[in-house]
Design a protein around this ligand. Structure first.
Ligand SMILES: NC(=O)c1ccc[n+]([C@@H]2O[C@H](COP(=O)([O-])OP(=O)(O)OC[C@H]3O[C@@H](n4cnc5c(N)ncnc54)[C@H](OP(=O)(O)O)[C@@H]3O)[C@@H](O)[C@H]2O)c1
Length: 323
């Protein structure tokens, strides 16, 4: 019988979708003795999983419940097949992105600051804030206190699983969408990353939702930020090092752009880091994928993969095939 090791901290009902003819073995965080399993579902926190790995024996297949598996191949070498939970973060991360965009367009962080101070400020303060960030110095009357997402030009860098979900959720806002991925393709039109510099000046909102790789490291640096319009919103729901942090701090401090970040470089962001006090910035501590629906969804993806493995069918989310 196939032995499936899973973190004992997972509620057992999360494993209801697993095939009946396997042995489910709850794994401790730390073990003095070795543990024999065939399939390993590692703890989502890689630090914990890495500590347990030296005690595991017989692992042929790893079903990771996270999308990111960068840490696994170096740990266990090429003789193990590794699958990720591609798609499990689509809804949560796309919803964070839409929420962050709307929060910034509606100036919610500033209104929250005022609420905390118990201040009813709007007619004199809000128009000045809007004019400063949007660069819109027309003598608008009645005063402007909010902006609209509908009709804006949104550039999505990364048109994979989450990028496409963001696009779906943006549909009701009738935005003008520009898509970018590694390679260009039609229907819908996706531009190649080599065209990024020519597309950035068109965007009012730029969403980063691509993996951090050698190619995407510091993809958004001082030159790219300088290509953005006054008041453009940079949204990073991907990975911190895709943006050059020093360049971002400078662009925010100059008041040229605004940003919403779920991820930073470094992470965690240390106390006193200049990002904490940048103007026009909304920051969350890498939480976009973490909802109550995530664990059941990612374990169902693992259960489906396991069914295919048992039947000898091709696996769907292979990031490393055992040699
Ligand atoms: N904040 C969070 O909590 C959170 C949660 C989940 C995921 N994420 C991040 O989101 C990323 C995307 O996830 P996903 O599931 O959508 O991945 P995915 O389905 O693999 O899609 C990745 C997309 O990025 C594009 N891409 C890859 N390298 C690129 C490059 N150098 N330049 C431009 N485009 C590039 C790919 O282009 P092609 O289509 O041409 O291959 C693809 O469209 C993850 O890698 C992770 O870093 C963050």
């Amino acid at each position: 019988m196939l032995r499936i090791g899973y973190p004992s901290v997972f509620a057992t009902e999360l494993l209801n979708g697993f095939p009946a003819d396997v042995e489910l073995i709850p794994l401790p965080d730390i073990s003095e003795s070795t543990i024999d399993i065939d399939v390993w579902i590692p703890d989502p926190y890689s630090v914990k999983a890495i500590k347990l790995w030296p005690k595991l024996r017989g692992v042929k297949l790893v079903l990771c419940t996270m999308a990111g598996t960068e840490w696994i191949p170096n740990l266990m070498g090429p003789h193990v097949t590794i699958c990720n939970a591609h798609g499990a973060h689509n809804i949560s991360t796309a919803e964070w992105t839409i929420s962050a965009i709307l929060a910034m367009i509606k100036h919610f962080p500033s209104f929250m600051d005022m609420q905390r101070q118990g201040l009813w400020k709007r007619r004199f303060e809000s128009p000045a804030r809007y004019a400063a960030i949007a660069g819109d110095n027309r003598p608008l009357y009645p005063p402007v206190m909010q902006e609209e997402l509908t009709g804006k030009t949104v550039l999505i860098v990364g048109h994979g699983s989450i990028g496409q979900e963001i696009e779906r959720m943006l549909e009701p806002f009738r935005v003008n969408l520009i898509r970018v991925a590694r390679t260009a393709r039609p229907n819908p039109e996706v531009h190649a990353i080599s065209e990024l510099d020519s597309l950035l000046p068109q965007a009012e909102i730029v969403v980063l939702i691509l993996p951090h790789t050698a190619q995407s490291d510091k993809l958004i640096g001082a030159r790219q930020l300088a290509l953005l319009r006054q008041g453009a919103l940079l949204v990073n729901a991907a990975r911190g090092p895709i943006v050059d942090t020093d360049a971002l701090v400078a662009a925010l401090q100059s008041g040229r752009i605004r940003a919403a970040l779920d991820v930073t470089d470094p992470e965690p962001l240390p106390e006193g880091h200049p990002l904490w006090s940048c103007p026009n910035l909304f920051l969350t501590p890498h939480v976009a994928g973490s909802t109550p629906q995530f664990a059941p969804r990612s374990l169902q993806i693992a259960a489906d993969e396991l069914q295919r493995y048992i039947k000898g069918e091709a696996l769907h989310n292979v990031v490393q095939k055992a040699v």
